[in-house]
Design a protein around this ligand. Sequence first.
Ligand SMILES: C[S@@+](CC[C@H](N)C(=O)[O-])C[C@H]1O[C@@H](n2cnc3c(N)ncnc32)[C@H](O)[C@@H]1O
Length: 238
Amino acid sequence: MYPADTLFRAVTWRASGGAVVSGPFRGLELAPHPFLPHLLGSYERELHPTVDALCARQWRRIVNVGGGNGFYIVGFGRRVPAAELVVFELTAEARAVIAATVERNGLTARTRILGAAEPGNLDAACAGAGPTLVVMDVEGAELELTDPAQVPSLRATTMLIETHDVLRAGCRDAIVARYGDSHTITTIVPRPRTLADFPASLAPLLPRVMPARCVESVQEWRGGPQEWLLLGPKKAEG
Ligand SMILES: C[S@@+](CC[C@H](N)C(=O)[O-])C[C@H]1O[C@@H](n2cnc3c(N)ncnc32)[C@H](O)[C@@H]1O
């Protein structure tokens, strides 16, 4: 890493106190060396209104499939204090970061951290819990994990899914076709990041002194076209 990058990271980490600076998960305490868009709170900004609206609902269980570093399960968990939390994450390394982040934010008692999601264990995690929210980002595995024949509980579940047609051609349309009858579906599309996405309140001088670095810090470096689908069941959830 270049010295200017190291300095920029050190300044933002120190100024933030290690907690998410803006957005719906503001105040979430992250493990050291976070992805900068997570720390700055600009991450997946397109979803912020949706996340805020979902956080206002009374979920009994929130299931995060593809937990990464725990940003979503901990973010939702802090905002929905009555919900049980279940997070599936494939890699042991990421599960360790999730566990540390869960602990830092005082959520250990109501969080289950599990390994790879498969149709069977995902169905078990979602079935019979009452109103359940699924947040899924699994690099193409959403094609298998949203098959209602294999995961029947999803027919009555609210889902926020990142789709990855770049990895699995046609997966977005397949999900829409599967749930078009049972769910109301909203598509959310990404937009480019600019200097306006940097939370200037963190360090007001930074966008003036290091504008290029600030723009770079909010980039999410996506591998290709992707979208999000919000699927809400048409029948009331039990
Ligand atoms: C792009 S990351 C998710 C990032 C997350 N949205 C965030 O905010 O940090 C995708 C994650 O899904 C995990 N993953 C992929 N397939 C999985 C599966 N079948 N079950 C659980 N996790 C899976 C990967 O290990 C990776 O950590």
